[in-house]
Design a protein around this ligand. Structure first.
Ligand code: NDP
Ligand code: GDR
Length: 323
């Protein structure tokens, strides 16, 4: 039986990936940082909360990573933990640089120390592209990060590549474009919208305040994207891959789909709040997943409409239970 060690197992991707790996017969171990309240709602939602081994530790504490790797002896490490909200990265730039940037180096060093043959997946991001220099972004598009979050991810991206080239480690960057689900955090725009739709339907909210609704994103379903993470670690040689749908939509269009689904007009509820604009914006992202299709045999399965409907339905059920 193979063992996978996940950082960020309590996050959106960690939960979907843990389920995916358990279904393939893996033993799944997850690093869990100490928090004042234990919250494993995503693993609970997927019905796997009791099927995972939890290892106390924090990616900022290399000794805990080393102890964790020695204890569960994984063949594969999926490094997903991060301060992952771009918006907060301007409020907490130093913490973001430490957790989202240096955290990657801690994981690489722990692997190098314990067993350099462990394969590692690094959660890189389309935010690396930032100020877009090519209409559709591939593995060869230059980076221009536009937030402390993106600059921190750039450090992690290059460290991963550098350890691959320096120490012949099997380490891959998945350059994932935005992916969403009913397990998405409530601060991200898609979830903020679908939660608001459900609350408006149940008369718990009157309006939805948003920032830049002209921003365009290439949105996919997290459940589809975790398969690509796994596929990257099943190849003969390590490499970096863009994972995306190849389609882009504005935040406004995403809102329209969500409100339409419950028979409401988004224009009656959305209020633009300049305070929600970011100091520097990534105006448009559109990924080219061709290399992943050719070399991994991976393709996205879920269209934006299906994804938004799935999220609205989940939020309608959740908010109804609160009534
Ligand atoms: P989430 O924010 O949902 O999950 C982040 C996870 O990291 C949580 O489990 C969190 O635990 C954990 N974590 C945070 N700080 C620490 C720490 N110091 N030590 C250990 N664990 C920690 O993110 P997603 O699941 O959406 O994303 C997974 C990864 O993929 C992230 O690195 C993100 O930056 C990256 N990414 C995400 C994309 C997306 O669209 N979702 C696209 C591209 C990249 P806790 O909740 O207890 O703090
Ligand atoms: P993003 O996701 O920054 O792309 O990072 P987010 O959903 O936060 O923003 C997407 C776009 O929507 C605009 N926007 C708003 N965003 C939020 N959160 N709240 C609002 O009220 C709002 N109004 C408009 C934003 O300005 C932005 O243009 C996500 C994260 O998962 C990262 O960890 C990951 O690396 C990238 O996706 C790829």
């Amino acid at each position: 039986m193979k063992t996978a060690f996940l950082t960020g197992i309590t996050g959106q991707d960690g939960a979907y990936l843990a389920k995916f790996l358990l279904e393939r017969g893996y033993h799944v171990a997850g690093l869990v940082p100490r928090r004042s309240t234990v919250d494993r709602w995503r693993l609970d939602y997927l019905g796997i909360v009791d099927q995972v081994e939890y290892i106390d530790g924090d990616i900022m504490d290399v000794s805990s990573l080393i102890r964790g790797l020695k204890a569960c002896k994984p063949q594969e490490v999926y490094h997903l933990a991060a301060q992952s909200f771009v918006g907060s990265s301007w409020e907490q730039p130093i913490l973001t640089a430490q957790v989202t940037g240096m955290g990657v180096l801690h994981v690489l060093e722990a692997i190098r120390e314990v067993d350099p043959f462990i394969k590692m997946y690094q959660a890189s991001s389309s935010e690396l592209y930032g100020l877009i220099q090519e209409p559709q972004q591939s593995e060869n598009t230059p980076f221009y990060p536009r937030s402390p979050y993106a600059v921190s991810k750039l450090f992690g991206y290059w460290m991963t590549k550098n350890y691959r080239e320096s120490f012949q480690m099997y380490a891959c960057n998945g350059i994932l474009f935005n992916h969403e689900s009913p397990l998405r955090g409530f601060e991200f725009v898609t979830r903020k919208v679908t939660d608001a739709v459900a609350r408006i339907v149940h008369q718990k909210q009157k309006e939805l305040r948003l920032g830049n609704i002209a921003a365009k994103r290439d949105w996919g379903f997290a459940g589809d994207y975790v398969e690509a993470m796994w596929l990257m670690l099943q190849q003969n040689t390590p490499d970096d891959f863009v994972i995306a749908t190849g389609k882009t939509s504005t935040v406004e269009e995403m809102c329209r789909i969500a409100f339409d689904y419950v028979g409401l007009n988004y224009q009656d509820y959305v209020v633009i709040d300049p305070a929600l604009y970011r100091p520097a914006e990534v105006d448009i992202l559109l990924g080219n997943p061709e290399k992943a299709k050719q070399e991994l045999g991976w393709a996205p399965k879920t269209k934006l409409e299906q994804l938004v409907h799935m999220m609205v339905e989940a939020d309608l059920r959740r908010v109804a239970k609160m009534s």
